[in-house]
Design a protein around this ligand. Structure first.
Ligand SMILES: [Zn+2]
Length: 326
């Protein structure tokens, strides 16, 4: 029976149930938080808030979330373990990788593959053994293994740093079999760059989610990417700033009409707490929370001809198939 690693250990893929493929719990900037801790405030209160939000998510019928919070986004697994223990009805898959739109973090900047080669290291890219260890042995001594790999490419495109991380993630995938989610910027067609790099590295498109595809309404472009075998992450429902809720939902409707229900996964890219956002601006994003899909998106899809079968495909069958690699 194929399994997926979660915070509480492996889960049969058949038991993943309704799965939101891209939800954060905490997105933090650790060196800012360590020096200016006032906004974070009380640890117990923050965790209690997260537990309440995740319990409400589980009560809405979601059995599993993938939390692609990696280096650059403030991943801290002991805190996630404490939260997960209090939400036993929800599986939480965590990730490894590195999040940047430009350069690699300075930790890696001077640990260059060329230098490591001169030093005689067996693997020139230091990220690869770190990521592989997270998948095969567990993260930072917690015993929690990553079930997903994560990298990013945004408007600046395939910068040297972005390419380094993407190739390290691809190499880790080839060693471990762990699948990949990529933060993309579909408005500038960065999925095409992902397609090229993954092909060069020998990664099957069926093991890769092109995250944030739903930020685009260019259905022809998204159809081409889906046709090549990639998964489309329609995974920012509720971030309705440059694009309306209706436009996001109608893109899913049209892709379903074109026969791509079996290539899409749905999610919000929400968080219990994200220190990137001034809390005073959150009222401008009233639908950006874990319950928006259940409350507003699914009714909209049903009203516009998406069938119950297609909804189950996107929310249950596709995540299972993605993790099974089938
Ligand atoms: Zn995200």
């Amino acid at each position: 029976m194929p399994t997926v690693e979660t915070v509480r250990g492996p889960v049969d893929t058949a038991d993943l149930g309704r799965t939101y493929m891209h939800e954060h719990i905490f997105v933090l900037t650790p060196d800012v938080q360590q020096n200016y801790p006032d906004e974070w405030g009380d640890e117990g209160a923050r965790q209690a808030d997260a537990v309440a939000k995740l319990r409400a998510l589980a009560a809405s019928g979601v059995r599993t979330i993938v939390d692609p919070t990696v280096t650059g986004l403030g991943r801290y697994i002991p805190r996630i373990q404490q939260v997960a223990e209090q939400v036993p009805d929800l599986n939480i898959v965590v990730a490894t990788g590195c999040y940047t739109y430009g350069d690699v973090p300075f930790f890696f900047h001077y640990r260059r593959p060329e230098l490591r080669t001169v030093l005689g290291k067996s693997e020139p890219e230091p990220m690869v053994p770190m990521f592989v260890g997270d998948v095969t042995e567990g993260i930072a001594g917690t015993g929690v293994r990553a079930g997903m790999l994560k990298c990013a490419i945004d408007e600046p495109g395939l910068t040297p740093g972005v390419e380094r991380v993407m190739r390290a993630v691809a190499k880790t995938h080839l060693v471990t079999g762990c699948p990949i989610t990529v933060h993309t910027h579909p408005g500038t067609h960065q999925g095409v760059e992902v397609q090229r790099v993954m092909a060069e590295e020998g990664v099957e498109p069926g093991r890769v989610v092109l995250g944030h595809s739903g930020d685009s309404t260019d259905v022809d472009h998204l159809s081409r990417l889906a046709d090549t075998g990639f998964w489309l992450g329609m995974d920012r429902f509720g971030i309705n700033l440059d694009i309306t809720f209706e436009a996001r939902a109608d893109t899913v409707v049209e892709l379903c009409r074109r026969g791509f229900a079996d290539r899409m996964v749905l999610s919000h890219d929400a968080a219990c707490y994200i220190d990137w956002i001034d809390p005073d601006t959150l009222p401008f994003l009233p639908q950006w929370h874990y319950l928006h899909i259940e409350r507003e998106v699914l009714p909209h899809l049903r009203e516009h001809g998406v069938t119950e079968r297609q909804i189950t495909t996107m929310l249950v069958d596709n995540p299972r198939r993605f993790f099974e690699g089938s």
